[in-house]
Ligand binder design. Structure first.
Ligand code: FAD
Ligand code: DHB
Length: 390
């Protein structure tokens, strides 16, 4: 087989790039290790910045998001028995975020790819990248007993943190920066009305909690748990009890509970791999960088990579200008590190750190007091949360 751009990974990053390039007449093939049902069964992001939403519209995939997604102008930080609202609209100069689930937007992207006869090949095994710096870059994969070869101009590594693409860059070239946090988030999805019209990020001595939502009938809640715990350790009843303990009383008493329809634990990690380009290979999204979910930046950081790649590829193919491809890594990393800083900061601000010295706890409290006493500090939080410009 032959294509212009071979995209590894059929998550939101890979599908979005495939769709955008297709609309510019640039041929792509997407290779996905899992079945479509599996990909759509993963419950992840819920908060999108407007830059992401704009890209969905440009990809002709924004119709349902615009109809069913909710615009949120603010969120609550619950702390010290108080609920303090962060007015995103006011402090970001009129911006907001869109609450629309990653599952739904991935479904919209798959449907758009189907509509346009885009090639997305599922259940591929043993994907390998070849001649990344040579004259004939190509990708091979196994499907059953057959080895298939795809010749291409470029390979996009959009295969998430555990994918094969980043690992195909020699260790002598790739530099990895990592910070692992001593806890994870236990998430529950339930068919219940959300406890609050706006998200509540709760700082509590027993651990952080987050009340989020997917719609007016679908809620998403998280609690901070030690890494030693597993989903099997948490019955639905235990989860709801612990969540209530960490929420302000007025919120806890109106919480509607119900059976979980998904329950999973995500470890918290900060990670960046540099550079994001190696020869004909370009990394994008979680394949190159991970943030702890606290600031809702992960998918939104993937979106800026895709935006830069999309423009760089179209300039290369349609105008013969490769400067965007040459600048991609530096440009993408500049924004990636800002998202890293913000996610690290929000994580440090709101979580309970086991064995943290009294000094660190005092600083954490002071950071929070400062935030709600300074319009400039709130402005900094708001402009990062709604998304820095691409
Ligand atoms: P992925 O979604 O990981 O997709 C990669 C794809 O590649 C997968 O489908 C995988 O099966 C496939 N793949 C892997 N290896 C191979 C291989 N060898 N060959 C072929 N295919 C392969 N972000 C936000 O912006 N806002 C939020 O509110 C938010 N909340 C989150 C909450 C949680 C609990 C978690 C865990 C994450 C959250 N995120 C959030 C982060 C967000 O979900 C990720 O950043 C996003 O999924 C990245 O998309 P991606 O396409 O780059 O990678
Ligand atoms: C969700 C996840 C986040 O990390 C976050 O900051 C806000 C919302 C969510 O899954 O709804």
């Amino acid at each position: 087989m032959k294509t212009s751009v071979c995209i590894i990974g059929g998550g939101p990053s890979g599908l979005m790039l495939s769709q955008l390039l297709h609309l510019k007449g640039i041929d792509t093939i997407v290779l996905e290790r899992q079945s479509r049902e599996y990909v759509l069964g993963r419950i992840r992001a819920g908060v999108l910045e407007h830059g992401f939403a704009k890209l969905m519209r440009e990809a002709q995939c924004g119709e349902r998001m615009d109809r069913e997604g909710e615009i949120h102008d603010g969120f609550i930080i619950a702390h010290d028995g108080r609920q303090s609202r962060v007015d995103l609209h006011k402090y970001s100069g009129g911006s907001s975020v869109v609450v629309y689930g990653q599952t739904e937007l991935t479904r919209d992207l798959y449907e758009a790819r189907d509509r346009m006869n885009g090639v997305v090949i599922h259940n591929v095994e043993d994907v390998q990248l070849h001649e990344l710096t040579g004259a004939k870059p190509h990708v091979t994969y196994r499907q059953g007993d057959e080895i298939v070869r795809i010749d291409c101009d470029f390979i996009i590594g959009a295969d998430g943190f555990h994918g094969v693409s980043r690992k195909s860059i020699p260790k002598t070239v790739l530099k990895e920066y990592e910070k692992v946090y001593p806890f994870g988030w236990l998430g529950v999805l339930s068919r219940t009305p959300p406890v609050s019209p706006e998200l509540i990020y709760a700082k509590h001595e027993r651990g952080f909690a987050l009340c989020s939502l997917r719609s007016q009938v679908l809620s998403r809640y998280y609690i901070q748990v030690p890494l030693s715990e597993t989903v099997e350790d948490w019955s639905d009843e235990a989860f709801w009890e612990e969540l209530k303990r960490r929420l302000p009383e007025a919120v806890a008493t109106r919480l509607v509970t119900g059976p979980s329809i998904e329950k999973s634990i995500a470890p918290l990690r900060s990670f960046v791999a540099e550079p994001m380009r190696y020869g004909h290979l370009f990394l994008a999204g979680d394949a190159a960088h991970i943030v702890p979910p606290t600031g809702a930046r992960g998918l939104n950081s993937a979106a800026s990579d895709i935006y830069y790649l999309y423009h760089a590829m179209t300039a290369h193919y349609l105008q013969g200008d490769s400067s965007g491809l040459d600048n991609y890594s530096a440009k993408a990393l500049a924004r990636v590190w800002k998202a890293q800083r913000f996610s690290w900061w929000m994580t440090m601000l709101l979580h309970t750190f086991p064995d943290s010295p009294g000094y660190d706890q005092k600083l954490q409290q002071t950071d929070l007091d400062y935030l709600f006493s300074s319009e400039k500090a709130l402005g900094s939080l708001a402009e990062n949360y709604v998304g820095l410009p691409f």
